[in-house]
Structures are given as structure tokens and as C-alpha cells.
Design a protein around this ligand. Structure first.
Ligand code: ACO
Length: 322
């Protein structure tokens, strides 16, 4: 049996910080509302393209794994805010890293993109198509933000996280996952004007309009992640109390708390960094896992559960053996 061990990890958070107080100078909002409704205090804003953030995170993951760029056989880039639709963004990372031997593909499932990318890479390693892969979740959501809409502008930030995966004979890496999508509700979270269906120059002309039904998304986020976690636990015959750490998508602290209650898991088993970065969409779960590792929260042999949720409305849960 082959597994896909995560032997390297890295992140890239842009240095520019946008605090709740900064947002209150642009919008009719305040630190108290944002903190109590979401748990967010600040987020990062990138001044470079998403591929540049991704390349730095990937280079750090490679260095962490002790590998050369030419060793890499596959790069999968998860995002919603690609610099261009053609050529793909993974090929840009390949070029910037000098990873000339890597196959390259992009995955877009909104906030779950980094986790869906992890599934694809793990499956390709397990099946023997490749022996290793770089998986990236990166986003510059600030580029498609409607900065006049307080319902969404306060919730998001930019960043990138990356992993190096290596084939292994021991049980490790992703040992079970569950993926799904509430396609019938896809319109309740959408960036209208972003894509070929809409007016071509909507971005340039600042005509992006976010559809965002916060309370409906909240409910679907909880039920989607709960359902995914239950499926993963049942599939792997593991009880929730055997989980050492939950590293969830960070869209709202109240969503995380509600999910933890449903899973009957105490707060000290849940990793939270939403206060520093807000929701970085595809980068959120990867960066959270990188920081959980850096902070010593993921110990050898730990069982880590990673539920995520995003536009689509896609949902997922991954169970990792560390
Ligand atoms: N500052 C101040 N007031 C605000 C702001 C703001 N930034 N945004 C909204 N309000 C107001 C509203 O206008 C409303 O005012 P009204 O009562 O006069 O109409 C009031 O605050 C309450 O609004 P609600 O929508 O009821 O607030 P709620 O408690 O539901 O919180 C929130 C809103 C934070 C968006 C919440 O619904 C949520 O987190 N939903 C899920 C978000 C999510 O999951 N996003 C990402 C998922 S997918 C992905 O990651 C891409």
C-alpha cells in the first residue's frame, strides 16, 4: 500500500496588514462588530500576483522537505484568483521554481481548493502516477473584492500555503476524505462579473458584484463540514474523541465553534488563526495546518481532521495521520 506523506510545508503571508480599524476608515463598520461576529482582527493584503505568493510558499515547502526543484514530479495549484486562465498558474510556479520535470494543473473549488488539490495529489501518488507533488492553496481575494460592500470586504484576506508530498509505505498523510458540493445553492456565494460569462472588463471597470447570503452560507458551512466529518470518521472507523487536532477552514469563529460543538470536541483541540488573517479562501486551511505544525500542535502519529467549505458550495473533510 502506498501513502503520500507530507514531508515539507511552507507559507507566504504578505506583510501589509489591514486591521479592523483600518476598514472602519473605508466602510460603515467597526472593530467591535467584526470581532464579535467573525473573530477576525486583521488580514493581509498582497501587492504581488497570486503565483508569486504561491512560489514563495512552495519554495519553503521544498526547502523544508530537503528537496530540489528538479525533483518535483507534479504541481497542483488550488485557487479562485488565478492571474490568468491560460496558461495555468501551476506552470508559472514551475517556471519560477525551476521545477522543469513537474506536470502542472490548477484546481478551483473556491475556499476548499487547497484541500481538493491535496486529494488529487494524494490519489496520484497512491496510484503510482507520480512519486511526489507540491500542493498549493493560494489566494489574492483582495483583487476581486468589492471594497464598497461591508458584508464581504471585512471577511477576507490574501495568502498562500504549500506542502511537499512524498510516496511512503507507512500509513501517513491523508488516510480518508469526503468531498461534496451543494450545487443547488451555488448562487448564494458568487463573484458576479468574474469570468467569461459576464462583461469582459468588469474587473477593470470595478463592476464586480458579490452575491453573499451570509446567514444561509453560515448554515450550509456548518452542515457541509459536519456531514463531511461524519463521513470521514465513519469511513475510517475512528471516533471523534480519538482526533488529536481539528484544523478547520477559518471563515467565521462562530462557524468553527458550532462545528466543534456538533463534533463534541473541546476548543483546545481546535486550531484557530482567523484573528490574524481572516478568510484567505483556498489558502486558509493550508496556512492553518502549516502554523499548527510550526506551533508544535501536530505531534508524530497525531490524527488531524481538516473540514473545509467554500463557494460552489463545495465542502470537504480530510483525516490525516501525521
Ligand atoms: N459592519 C457592521 N455591520 C455590518 C457589517 C459590517 N462589516 N456587515 C453587515 N452588517 C450589518 C448588517 O447590515 C445587518 O444590519 P441590519 O440588522 O440593520 O440589517 C447586521 O449587521 C446583521 O447582519 P447579519 O447578516 O444578520 O449578521 P450575522 O450575524 O449573520 O453575521 C456574517 C454576518 C459574519 C457574514 C455571518 O453571516 C457569516 O459569517 N456567514 C458565513 C460567512 C462565510 O462562511 N463565508 C465564507 C464561506 S465560503 C468561503 O470561505 C468563501
Amino acid at each position: 500500500m502506498r501513502y503520500a506523506n507530507i514531508t515539507g510545508w511552507g507559507k507566504c503571508l504578505p506583510p501589509a496588514i489591514l486591521s479592523n480599524d483600518d476598514l472602519a476608515t473605508l466602510l460603515d463598520t467597526n472593530d467591535e462588530w467584526i470581532t464579535t461576529r467573525t473573530g477576525m482582527k486583521e488580514r493581509r493584503i498582497s501587492h504581488v500576483p497570486v503565483s508569486s505568493l504561491a512560489t514563495v510558499a512552495a519554495a519553503r515547502a521544498l526547502a523544508c522537505a530537503g528537496k530540489q526543484a528538479t525533483d518535483v514530479e507534479l504541481i497542483i495549484f488550488g485557487s479562485t484568483t488565478f492571474d490568468e486562465m491560460c496558461p495555468n498558474a501551476a506552470s508559472n510556479v514551475q517556471k519560477q521554481l525551476g521545477a522543469a520535470n513537474a506536470a502542472c494543473m490548477d484546481v478551483n473549488t473556491a475556499c476548499t481548493s487547497g484541500m481538493y488539490a491535496l486529494t488529487v495529489a494524494t490519489a496520484m501518488i497512491k496510484s503510482g502516477v507520480v512519486n511526489n507533488a507540491i500542493v498549493i492553496g493560494a489566494e489574492v481575494i483582495s483583487t476581486v473584492m468589492d471594497w464598497s460592500n461591508r458584508n464581504v470586504a471585512v471577511l477576507f484576506g490574501d495568502g498562500a500555503g504549500a506542502f511537499y508530498l512524498q510516496a511512503d509505505a507507512q500509513e501517513c498523510g491523508v488516510i480518508a476524505e469526503s468531498l461534496g458540493c451543494y450545487g443547488e445553492s451555488r448562487e448564494i456565494l458568487a463573484v458576479n462579473g468574474w469570468g467569461l460569462k459576464e462583461a469582459k472588463n468588469a474587473v477593470i471597470n470595478n463592476q464586480l458584484h458579490w452575491a453573499f447570503e451570509g446567514q444561509e452560507i453560515f448554515k450550509k458551512a456548518v452542515s457541509g463540514m459536519d456531514q463531511a466529518c461524519q463521513k470521514v470518521l465513519a469511513k475510517s472507523e475512528i471516533n471523534a474523541d480519538q482526533i488529536d487536532l481539528v484544523v478547520p477552514h477559518q471563515a467565521n469563529l462562530r462557524i468553527i465553534d458550532t462545528l466543534a460543538k456538533r463534533l463534541k470536541l473541546p476548543r483546545d483541540k481546535v486550531f484557530i488563526n482567523i484573528q490574524r488573517y481572516g478568510n484567505m479562501s483556498a489558502a486558509t486551511a493550508p496556512v492553518a495546518l502549516v502554523e499548527a505544525i510550526e506551533e508544535g500542535r501536530v505531534k508524530p502519529n497525531s490524527l488531524v481532521l481538516m473540514p473545509a467549505f467554500g463557494g460552489g458550495l463545495t465542502w470537504s473533510a480530510h483525516l490525516l495521520r501525521w
